[in-house]
Design a protein around this ligand. Structure first.
Ligand code: UDP
Length: 235
């Protein structure tokens, strides 16, 4: 099914297929932070993220969210609809943490009364700067209507995810999404959803996500395995 490598990213390689509307995403074992400044291979991470993301995207599809996910093909591969990625990292925060805490000088762990949606401009040369709606329009990334949709869709996805994770005793602190335009120009959810791009805290406040790598808190694989096992209980 895979044909030619068309893109190689930090966590995934993308191949085209005989069908011009479909691509194959191959999950890699690489972990990066600080925009790739620190890079490590963590054996088994690709398999886990592919399984976790496939499971979440299946549930999102079933809940009526339009996504690029078609099906899981193998331990490390999934079949996705081809999209033109919108160069925005759409971050939603339920609880303060990470760069939000640093930027605004607030401690981590404060519940936000209204979840906050943020945009970062996906541009490695510029280190993915924090931007607002006006910048998004100036850069011609999206218009008012599309910006409104991206925010509303992200909040809708948050409500679903928050509920699923709370059922398995994990608190969804924050996460990053990426969207793309499909062949009809419709905005659909793309990329992945895994502990690499969200924060999950258990009842004791343990980090069950990539902060384990970022902050050297222990063995990432056993923690991602636990998240996957818990998610399987949801079905
Ligand atoms: N995130 C991501 N990719 C990035 C930056 C952030 O997936 O390039 C995710 C991160 O895992 C977290 C959320 O977005 O769940 C918010 O991250 P934050 O802005 O706090 O940055 P960080 O502290 O991770 O550098």
């Amino acid at each position: 099914m895979k044909r030619q490598l068309i893109y190689t990213g930090k966590a995934k390689d993308i191949y085209d297929t005989e069908d011009e509307d479909l691509i194959v995403s191959v999950y890699k074992d690489q972990a990066t932070m600080l925009n790739g400044a620190r890079k490590e291979t963590i054996e088994g991470k690709g398999v886990l993220n592919n399984q976790i993301s496939s499971l979440i995207f299946q549930k999102l599809n079933a809940a009526g969210i339009a996504t690029h996910f078609v099906k899981q093909l193998s331990e490390i591969e999934q079949l996705n609809r081809k999209v033109t990625i919108i160069p925005l990292e759409v971050v939603l925060r339920n609880v303060t943490a990470g760069s939000f805490s640093k930027r605004f000088g607030v401690e981590e762990g404060i519940r936000l009364e209204q979840p906050i949606v943020e945009f970062y401009y996906k541009n490695d040369d510029l280190d993915d700067p924090f931007i607002n709606d006006e910048h998004v329009k100036f850069l011609k990334i999206a218009d008012d209507e599309q910006i409104t949709f991206l925010k509303a869709e992200t909040r809708r996805i948050n409500e679903l995810l928050k509920n699923w994770f709370s059922q398995i005793d994990l608190q969804l602190i924050d996460f990053k999404l990426e969207f793309g335009f499909d062949k009809d120009g419709k905005i659909i959810l793309a990329d992945e959803f895994s502990p690499d791009n969200c924060r999950l805290w258990d009842d004791e406040g343990n980090h069950m996500d990539k902060d384990v790598f970022r902050r050297d808190l222990g063995d990432l694989i056993s923690i991602y395995e636990l998240v996957l096992e818990k998610l399987k209980d949801l079905e």
